[in-house]
Design a protein. Structure first.
Length: 81
């Protein structure tokens, strides 16, 4: 949460402070930052998972990792059943 910045705040400020051509340029800044941010964090998360730094096993298929919980409480409940 601390590394993902709220681009909505920057967008709101740009909308309230600028008009016309300056508005389109100002809106491009949070948009570009958001695209870069999503790309970098996505690659980092996939890399951390494949390196074994998460609770999800690196050998699991990608879609299974997205759809399953690997929290301890959930795993304990599933083991009991």
């Amino acid at each position: 949460e601390c590394c993902y910045q709220n681009t909505g705040i920057a967008t709101s400020v740009a909308l309230s402070m600028f008009n016309g051509n300056a508005l389109s340029e100002a809106m491009g800044v949070p948009f570009y930052y958001g695209i870069v941010e999503i790309s970098v964090l996505g690659l980092y998360c996939i890399g951390a998972w494949k390196a074994g730094w998460t609770k999800a096993p690196p050998e699991e298929p990608f879609w299974r990792v997205l759809s399953r919980s690997y929290e301890v409480a959930v795993a304990e409940t599933l083991e009991k059943n």
